[in-house]
Ligand binder design. Structure first.
Ligand code: SF4
Ligand code: SF4
Length: 310
């Protein structure tokens, strides 16, 4: 299977070790606890990719709006060759996670998906001839991680449940699917426009800015949502995140997931035409004004030189 047909959520430790593929029912011999000799080792070389629900949980935990959270706690990177934007948790200069404290993770109950999975990871794959994706799992055994020497045995399914990953995967799954579809259809639909990449960033990560966009007059005039839907989007981050997934499908793949108001598109084109015509007229008027000024200046300097030429 080519790389275009899979999306791997990176492990939180930038590892040179090749991961092993696992399924839900496979065994995992592992336990992490405060008594391990490697305590915090993984978080001191953190490489944590963030998904939309991770950001909602963390910004709520820290009592920030998303724009502030993104500025203080994330760094951008590209999720694919077409420049689809991704975010990672910011670290200090030695690559240690800013949330790491001596006693452990300071945001533990709201830690991101990748941290919950470690030392496993998630791999979303879609066969060319299949309509839906499949989820598989990865295990990476690194020398520094002594949790593998502990006696606790569980299946991957049990580990996911214990780490609270299921809720995260359920809520982020549609987003993984969008990235996967984007990767596998990328060359066919071409490079995404700058506007669609900005939309992806806002709807995936900057939920508060996305909310202002959805509540704007221009958006309300364009999309046919009920008052109840708008009320929900105004106060419910999860509903807004899911709405963002629908809008991304519309923008990236042309799927009609959100109904547009009757004639809204034509009206927008007409308004745009009026604005362009107004700009054109203003440019012509400015050009004529400059020409007139230049003509007057030339006449004045001509008459001055006539008057002094003896
Ligand atoms: S968020 Fe917590 S668990 Fe994840 S890398 Fe940072 S300190 Fe470690
Ligand atoms: S056992 Fe592994 S996951 Fe736990 S602290 Fe050590 S390195 Fe991190």
């Amino acid at each position: 299977m080519s790389d275009d047909n899979k999306f791997e959520f990176e492990l939180p430790y930038n590892s040179p070790v090749l991961p092993v593929r696992l399924e839900l029912e496979d065994d995992l011999k592992f336990r992490c606890h405060r008594g391990v000799s490697c305590w915090n080792k993984c978080c001191s070389h953190a490489d944590v990719t963030l998904a939309p629900y991770d950001i909602i949980r963390l910004k709520d935990r820290l009592g920030m709006d998303t724009s502030e959270f993104l500025k203080k706690h994330t760094v951008p990177f590209q999720l694919d060759a077409h420049g689809v934007p991704g975010l990672k948790l910011r670290t200090d200069d030695d690559a240690a996670c800013l949330f790491m404290q001596e006693e452990g993770c300071s945001v533990y109950t709201d830690r991101p998906t990748a941290c919950r999975y470690y030392p496993s990871g998630v791999l979303s794959m879609k066969a060319v001839d299949e309509a839906t994706d499949e989820m598989h799992f990865l295990l990476v055994k690194e020398d520094h991680c002594k949790g593998h020497e502990e006696d606790q045995m569980q299946t991957i399914a049990e580990y996911r449940k214990d780490q609270g990953v299921e809720e995260y995967d359920d809520l982020n799954r549609e987003w993984y699917q969008i990235i996967l579809k984007k990767k596998s259809t990328g060359p066919a639909i071409g490079k995404p426009s700058e506007m669609s990449l900005q939309m992806f960033f806002m709807a995936s990560y900057d939920m508060d800015r996305f909310r202002r966009f959805v509540m704007s007059d221009a958006f309300i005039k364009m999309y046919d949502l009920t008052d109840e839907e708008y009320e929900q989007l105004e106060k419910d981050d999860i509903a807004l995140m899911k709405f963002g997934f629908r809008l991304m499908k519309q923008v990236f793949f042309g799927e009609l997931t959100i109904k547009e108001r009757e004639g809204a598109w034509e009206k927008r084109v007409e308004e745009r035409r009026e604005i362009l015509e107004y700009r054109r007229q203003a440019e012509i008027a400015e050009h004529q004004r400059k020409q007139e000024e230049a003509r007057k200046a030339a006449l004045e300097s001509g008459s001055e030189s006539e008057g002094t030429d003896h």
